[in-house]
Write a protein that binds this ligand. Structure first.
Ligand SMILES: Cc1cc2nc3c(=O)[nH]c(=O)nc-3n(C[C@H](O)[C@H](O)[C@H](O)COP(=O)(O)OP(=O)(O)OC[C@H]3O[C@@H](n4cnc5c(N)ncnc54)[C@H](O)[C@@H]3O)c2cc1C
Length: 66
């Protein structure tokens, strides 16, 4: 919460993408939320979405390997 920044960092429906085009760099937070969400709940959700995407993109280890 800085100065006169609005409660929602972007209006619903006008959020930016979470992908940046830079490998390994993602956006999370209230400005990249899913439609209908907002506030700190949206921040947590976008972090989960990005984390899931990162984990899903990782190569799977074969069974038995550490
Ligand atoms: C008055 C008010 C009341 C609110 N009440 C609630 C509530 O009751 N419940 C709720 O869930 N949400 C509430 N919110 C919304 C909530 O505060 C925001 O959704 C949340 O803080 C957004 O988090 P964020 O990480 O996306 O962005 P931010 O918390 O804004 O984090 C962005 C950070 O980036 C920094 N930054 C910006 N530009 C640069 C730059 N060029 N270089 C480096 N750093 C930069 C900023 O200083 C800031 O620290 C409220 C907001 C306001 C303003």
């Amino acid at each position: 919460m800085r100065d006169d920044w609005p409660a929602q960092r972007s209006c619903a429906g006008y959020d930016l993408p979470r992908e940046t085009g830079v490998v390994g760099l993602w956006c999370v937070g209230d400005a990249v939320k899913k439609y209908g969400n907002g506030g700190t709940q949206a921040c947590a959700e976008t972090a989960k979405i990005v984390t899931d995407a990162i984990l899903a993109a990782r190569p799977r280890r074969s069974a038995g390997r550490v």
